[in-house]
Design a protein around this ligand. Sequence first.
Ligand SMILES: NC(=O)c1ccc[n+]([C@@H]2O[C@H](COP(=O)([O-])OP(=O)(O)OC[C@H]3O[C@@H](n4cnc5c(N)ncnc54)[C@H](OP(=O)(O)O)[C@@H]3O)[C@@H](O)[C@H]2O)c1
Length: 260
Amino acid sequence: MQLGLKDKIALVTGGSYGIGRAIALALADEGCRVAICARGTGQLETTAAEIRARNVPTLAIPADATLAESARRVVDTVVQEWGGLQILINNVGGGGGREARAVEDVPEEKWVETYQRNALTAQRFTLQAIPHLRRAKWGRVVAIASVKGKEGGGRPWYTMAKSAEISLMKTLALNAELVRSGITFNSIAPGRVMFDGNGWDQFRREDPERFAQTLNQRLPLGRDGTPEEVAAVVAFVCSERASLLNGACIAVDGGESYSF
Ligand SMILES: NC(=O)c1ccc[n+]([C@@H]2O[C@H](COP(=O)([O-])OP(=O)(O)OC[C@H]3O[C@@H](n4cnc5c(N)ncnc54)[C@H](OP(=O)(O)O)[C@@H]3O)[C@@H](O)[C@H]2O)c1
């Protein structure tokens, strides 16, 4: 299938490793120019080299995406270098860590920090990107949410923040003026995704028996997903072929979630 992504200009927040890296590489494989931002410069440069090796231009922009000024700086950098922006992947996020405390004892800072990292960061990047997508008369905005944000469960501070990201995409998708200028807004809801060094990998190393039990009992496929499996769906959502896909939240979870 021709995805029609050649020469599109894309920005992936948190594109240096994990799901963001896989998305950046999948878009590069389709011929996009891909800018990535992240805090750590070492991995950022390594992934930029992987993108460049696919014969497409790349920009590696060091940034803490959660800082209020970062969205404008990162988006402006892409536009100054390449003259526009057409695809934004809001990938920066995360769960705020597990908690032994009762929910009412979890400090407010954790709720605020998790909301900021997921929902507000996506909101800021999206609002900075929209004028450029409008100018291009074509655009794709995709939030990397979570099955928890789609159907509930898990850590409430994380689930609440991920639901807000999905809600932002859905609400913008209902804005006729934006959508009729060629822009679509969608969310992807991954289930458990494993890569070297992440929380699931740590769990596997620390308690292999209980890890195997959770695979068997909670995941219909009996295994975690990979970043590449999520990225393949994201590339389709960004494509010309996905022109009728707007306001959707697509579970990419191997059947882990219970909702339809
Ligand atoms: N893995 C899963 O099981 C899973 C499941 C459902 C949803 N998700 C969602 O998928 C997204 C990606 O998660 P992930 O599991 O691939 O790994 P992650 O550890 O959440 O993210 C990795 C990427 O984000 C960057 N990053 C983290 N904080 C950042 C910040 N403040 N500013 C800029 N970049 C930042 C990292 O680079 P630096 O650390 O160098 O900044 C790296 O490039 C998140 O939104 C997460 O909530 C993950």
